[in-house]
Every structure is written in C-alpha cells, then in structure tokens.
Design a protein around this ligand. Structure first.
Ligand SMILES: C[S@@+](CC[C@H](N)C(=O)[O-])C[C@H]1O[C@@H](n2cnc3c(N)ncnc32)[C@H](O)[C@@H]1O
Length: 302
C-alpha cells in the first residue's frame, strides 16, 4: 500500500508529542490484514494510546507498554478499571496532592499543562483558573472514553527491552507487535520533548521509576535492531514504524535492517501534510513507512 490520504482524528484527543494520529487509519488498514479480531495486538511505545484504543475498540486484545509516566496514566485512565495509583511521593506540593492518587487526574494535569505550555515545560508552582478549567476538560474527555468500557488486555510501564523480555518469560505470544520508537530528529539529535513526557513528568507525582534514556544518533540503529530481534521472538508479525523526518531516514534504516539479516516482507507508506502535530514547519509533506517483518513461527497458548 502506498497512499496519500487525510488521516482521521484520533478518538483520544490529547496533546502528546510524537503521536501519529494522522496515520492511525493507515496503520489499522495495513495491520488488520495480518490479524483477525480477538487476536493479540501489542505495542512497545504506546505514547498517546490512541492507536491502541482504536484496536481495542475494534475487538483486538491489546497489550500496551510505554516507559513514560504520562503515557501510562493515559492508558490506565481510558483502558482500565483500575484508577487508583499506588506509588506516590511523600513530598508532593499541596496543590498537586489532590491529583496524585488517580491515573485520570494525573493524565489530565499533564495534558492540560502540555496544552497550555507546549511540549517542553516544567510544572508550575500553582494552577491558575484557566489551567484548572483545562484540567477539567481533559478529565471529562478521558472519563468519557473510559465509560465506553473498552479495555486493554494488559498494560505495562516498562523499558521496552524489559517489556519484551517479560513477554518472553511469561510465554506471551502476540499476533502483531507495533513499534513506534522515540526516534531522534533527522539531524541525529535526540528529541528533547520526550525528555519532558518521559522524564520530567515522571518525577512530578511518582517516585521509584528509572530514568528513560532517549535515543540519539550514536545508539538508535543498534537499539532498533536489538528491539526488532527481541520482538520477533514473541510476535508473529512485527510492524516497524518510521517517518521521513527521523534519524535514521527510511533509506538508512532499510540498509541497516537488510545488512543485519532483518528482511521485511512488505513496506507500506503514506504521504501526508506536515502541519499541526510536529510544528516543525520544515517541510510541507512527510512520509510514514511501515515495515512488516515476520516473527518466529510461534504458537499462541492464550
Ligand atoms: C513516538 S512516541 C509513540 C507515539 C504513539 N505511537 C502515538 O501515536 O501516540 C514514542 C514513545 O516512546 C516512549 N519511550 C521512549 N523510550 C522508551 C523506552 N526505552 N521504553 C519504552 N518506551 C519508551 C516515550 O515515552 C513515547 O511515548
């Protein structure tokens, strides 16, 4: 499939750096040809969770993972029955305390601040009236989504390598593993915005989390190869997503995959307008690449 089309908006409408909502329909159209309803659809870096939500809504058993606190709060807020957060810092500021005990509250605070302050922000010392209203708006949106009773099969909050290892140890075989990493920018520099969503936000409410190392030019290819190989061990199909705005560019990535013995069976692309979500304004159009890679010949015992 090689198409140009307008993506539909995600049902999960929240600011999230790196969310691929304009491609969700494209992802669905490609991936649903390889798996059938009731099969296990998993992700390594779920981000805004809009893609996972769409697959869950369409009858797939969805496994979510993301190391970032914001992402994990969204996942639990919209796709689980369990809204109580167990781990909370003792030294939390009073104005934040009332938001600390539920995933829904935490996610709404993060979304509101991102909405008002952009992708790179520090938590302010207090919330003004406007922020309180924005928090309410996201709380209402996320709880509406939760009320639809669409549930994840499993939710993890791990480094993707630990998560893949866990699946292997627990003998969980997934039918599709979708991987959309925190890719560096095309010039090879790491995307600082993920430092905010994955690291700064993590220290607001919760302690006891490890720092997320955001990949850059020096380690991204090696990590991608390692992740794909690890994913192949627990997946029937691996769907690797990359965009023309990232490093490695699709051309470099393809050579790296092929030179290292990872032969994709199909490559699907979608060209789209590059306004709105990345705010880069570097190029009017950019292209999504979705590589389909076969995993092991695995049996799903679940
Ligand atoms: C490009 S975003 C994913 C966006 C998602 N596909 C969407 O449409 O919303 C990459 C995600 O990777 C997460 N991440 C970064 N490093 C990670 C790691 N080592 N393990 C797991 N997640 C990680 C970030 O928190 C971020 O949410």
């Amino acid at each position: 499939m090689d198409i140009i089309y307008e993506g539909k908006e995600s049902e999960v409408v929240i600011p999230y750096f790196g969310q691929q909502s304009r491609f969700f329909k494209f992802f669905y159209d490609v991936i649903s040809k390889y798996i059938k309803k009731g099969d296990i659809y998993a992700e390594t870096n779920s981000g805004s969770n809009g893609n996972a939500y769409m697959f869950a809504k369409n009858g797939y058993r969805v496994i979510i993972n993301d190391k970032g606190e914001y992402s994990n709060c969204i996942a639990n807020a919209i796709l689980s029955d369990d809204d109580k957060v167990l781990s909370t810092r003792d030294d939390i500021a009073t104005f934040l305390k009332e938001y600390s005990h539920s995933y829904l509250d935490r996610a709404s605070v993060f979304a509101a601040l991102m909405d008002e302050l952009g992708y790179n922000y520090n938590i302010p010392q207090k919330f003004d009236e406007k922020t309180l209203q924005t928090i309410k708006k996201y709380k209402s949106h996320l709880s509406q989504l939760n009320k639809k009773n669409i549930r994840a099969y499993k939710i993890f909050n791990d480094d993707l390598f630990d998560y893949l290892k866990k699946l292997e140890e627990e003998n969980i075989v997934v039918d599709a593993m979708f991987m959309d990493f925190a890719w560096p920018w095309r010039d090879g520099s790491k995307t600082e915005e993920y430092e905010t969503s994955a690291n700064i936000l993590t220290n607001v409410f919760a302690d006891g989390y490890n720092k997320v190392d955001i990949w850059d030019k020096t380690n991204v290819i090696e990590n991608v190869l390692k992740a794909v190989r690890q994913a192949q061990k627990v997946s029937k199909y691996v769907f690797l997503s990359n965009q023309s705005s990232n490093f490695p560019t699709p051309e470099l990535l393809e050579v790296a995959l092929l030179k290292n013995g990872i032969q994709y069976i199909e490559r699907h692309t979608m060209l789209t307008n590059a306004t709105n979500e990345d705010n880069l304004n570097k190029c009017d159009f950019f292209r999504e690449y979705l590589y389909v890679i076969e995993g092991g010949n695995l049996k799903n015992e679940l």
